[in-house]
Design a protein. Structure first.
Length: 290
């Protein structure tokens, strides 16, 4: 197997199956395109239990994740103007199980994805065809500065220090680069599910805009997801107790189809509108020249 350049410092180890990069210490995995940290640690704010829950949702093809994918693809198309390779270098911060990687590969010439969990990166590797996967802290990736023209981060910012995260995203972005991120929305939906997931908050648009502007990102648009299901989500978090939250996390096959159909209608019929509320917030922004 031909040794590939280290995604951090472009150093090329002599044997990608066993040697560390002499420049930065990343270790190429026997799996092509996967670079691992010397020490396998769990990131703060997203522990092993949270990683297992994410894997479970992906394996279920859960209605929330399934239809959210459609919205992400639609938003990327809106941001790109519909071009097949609108961006040269895309970077996903906190790629998880890699559900979004093929979508990013369809709009960018090269894709790099970062996550702190080795087990999630291994799952992401199976879902991607050409993305380079790097085990690193999303608030301190050590990747080269100013190289990427698309940064994506889906439900990551609520797990980490927002200032460090957005500053790192801006550091690795070119001037004028695009940012697409999502986060759980509306503090009124806060529940034990957020605590177990390791969330530090649920976002309002005003808070997100302030944080983006503070770190060199100019907001360009926003929308919410699960607007039509918002009353049911609110009831699940507020009045239904544990039973409602279990049904939301692991719905029956019939309920999953019904809830998915509602979300699919929302995305297809209302996907071009900026919806005023929902359980998730999507924001896109431009990197301001420093």
């Amino acid at each position: 197997m031909t040794a590939m350049a280290c995604p951090r410092c472009a150093g090329t180890p002599p044997d990608p199956a066993c040697e560390q990069c002499p420049g930065c210490g990343l270790r190429p995995s026997p799996l092509a395109r996967l670079w691992l940290a010397a020490n396998d640690t769990h990131p703060e704010g997203f522990d092993a239990e949270a990683a297992d829950r994410l894997s479970d949702l992906a394996a279920q093809k859960h209605f929330w994740m399934r239809e959210r994918q459609r919205l992400m693809a639609r938003l990327l198309q809106r941001m790109s103007g519909g071009g097949p390779t609108s961006w040269q270098k895309a970077l996903e911060l906190g790629c998880g199980t890699g559900e979004q990687l093929r979508m990013l590969e369809s709009v960018a010439r090269t894709v790099t994805a970062v996550d702190g969990h080795r087990s999630l990166l291994e799952q992401a590797h199976a879902r991607s065809s050409r993305a380079v996967l790097v085990q690193a802290d999303v608030t301190d990736t050590a990747l080269p500065s100013g190289e990427h023209d698309l940064i994506a981060a889906f439900d990551v910012i609520e797990h980490v220090d927002a200032d460090a995260f957005l500053a790192e995203a801006r550091r690795v972005a070119r001037p004028g680069a695009d940012l697409l991120l999502s986060a759980p929305a509306f503090p009124s939906l806060w529940s034990d599910m957020d605590v177990r997931a390791g969330h530090r908050c649920r976002y309002r648009l005003t808070q997100m805009r302030k944080e983006l502007l503070r770190h060199g990102w100019r907001p360009a648009g926003h929308t919410h997801y699960q607007c039509l299901l918002f009353p049911l989500v609110y009831a699940s978090r507020r009045w239904s107790g544990t039973a409602g939250q279990v049904a939301e996390r692991r719905p029956s096959a019939m309920l999953d189809r019904w809830l998915g159909a509602v979300n699919r209608f929302e995305v297809q019929a209302l996907g071009r509108c900026s919806l005023p509320f929902g359980s998730s917030l999507f924001v896109w922004a431009k990197a301001v020249a420093s």
